[in-house]
Design a binder for this molecule. Structure first.
Ligand code: GLU
Length: 375
């Protein structure tokens, strides 16, 4: 049962483009397993989206929700498109058509979508509105990662990165390292990468490199992520930031640093570059950044890997908080939400760590032992 998704749906979304032509985009929603609760998982808009990729990501969501022990199954959706080349109106029409096509599959107790690569709170608002039109009343609990005004949750946006920082904090304790003396390289400067760089910088780590899809920047003396963010907002990329050397995304992974945070797409650390990775800790903020061959090489080198299904589970945990608040029509305070997130992440990290010691397994295998075991 666990090897196969329970349900997979492929949809064709005809969208009227701004120039009057009609383009047909292919999308899908894959529901892997719901034995622990409603299917849960993001929707990504990316030119490389395939059914295979989305199916793998749906399965990861099942294990991820089980590792942090929240009452959800796993799902994922995607539309093969390039949102960077589409207008806001085109994206809205695409989102509403895609939602219409999967509307029978989703719902607060059935399957709850959320943001993923290149989808944001605005996309979630369109999904919620389209779903609500079908129901005839407003259903905020149908989607997470919404704008705050629609029942969204203030900390959802940064929660994945907060979770990453909690995991790194726990890992450095076990490895006898300190924040002040540790350098960090972050691949990806989207929502997860930027927030991770910012939070780690605030906690005293020295961020030495960051990158986006166009390339990266490196300064062994440290980079201020806030200033890089400002630069990227003006210029469209981190590239060209003052006081830094330009590097490629591939070079960033191999830079001298203590902690490497891949926060972009999957399959970045491969058998070709794994041996050159110098970091002591790889904190997988993205889903699937390390291929199985690379995983073996890193483990042989003694690199401490915080696997994706643990490391980035702060995002779905905050989604769970948002959903619970929507269902109960309650609002938690910021302190309550933060301390619950920390509690869940630290517990999950330590359960995985204990399992890895007890079963003499690496952290990824230990996370899977826990996750698969619970399902
Ligand atoms: N897309 C995020 C992930 O891969 C969040 C999913 C969610 O919140 O449902 O974990």
């Amino acid at each position: 049962m666990l090897k196969h998704p329970k349900r997979a749906m492929i949809v064709s979304c005809p969208v009227k483009m701004d120039d009057g032509t009609v383009k047909v985009f292919t999308g899908c929603r894959v529901q892997h397993n719901d034995s622990r609760g409603p299917f849960k998982g993001g929707i990504r808009y990316h030119p490389d989206v395939t059914l295979d990729e989305v199916t793998a990501l749906a399965m990861w969501m099942t294990w991820k929700c089980a590792v942090v022990d929240i009452p959800y199954g796993g799902a994922k959706g995607g539309v093969c498109c390039n949102p960077k080349e589409m207008s806001r109106n085109e994206l809205e029409r695409l989102t509403r058509r895609y939602t219409t096509l999967i509307v029978d599959l989703i719902g607060p107790y059935r399957d709850v979508p959320a943001p993923d690569v290149y989808t944001d709170e605005q996309v979630m608002a369109w999904i919620m509105d389209t779903y609500s039109i079908f129901k005839g009343y407003s259903v905020p609990e149908s989607v997470t990662g919404k704008p705050i005004i629609l029942g969204g949750f203030k900390q959802r946006e940064e929660a994945t990165s907060r979770g990453v920082a909690f995991c790194i904090r726990e890992a450095i304790k076990h490895l006898g390292m300190t924040a002040k003396k540790s350098t960090v390289a972050v691949q990806g400067f989207g929502s997860v990468g930027w927030n991770a760089a910012r939070i780690l910088h605030d906690e005293g780590y020295r961020v030495v490199a960051v990158s986006d899809s166009k390339g990266g920047i490196y300064n062994p003396g440290g980079i201020d992520p806030y200033k890089v963010f400002e630069h990227k907002s003006r210029k469209g990329s981190v590239i060209g930031y003052a006081d830094s050397k330009q590097v490629t995304n591939e070079e960033l992974l191999e830079l001298p640093c203590d902690i490497l945070v891949p926060a972009a797409l999957e399959n970045q650390i491969t058998r070709d570059n794994a041996a050159n990775i110098k970091a002591k800790i790889v904190a997988e903020a993205a889903n699937g950044p390390t291929t199985p061959e690379a995983d073996r090489i890193l483990n042989e080198k003694g690199v401490f890997i915080i696997p994706d299904i643990l490391d980035n589970s702060g995002g779905v945990t905050a989604s769970y908080f948002e959903w619970v608040q929507n269902l109960t029509r309650e609002r938690w305070t910021e302190e309550e939400a933060n301390s619950r997130l920390e509690g869940i992440m630290v517990k999950a990290f330590n359960e995985v760590y204990e399992t890895s010691k007890k079963r003499q397994a690496d952290m990824r295998t230990a996370a899977l032992i826990l996750g698969v075991g619970r399902v």
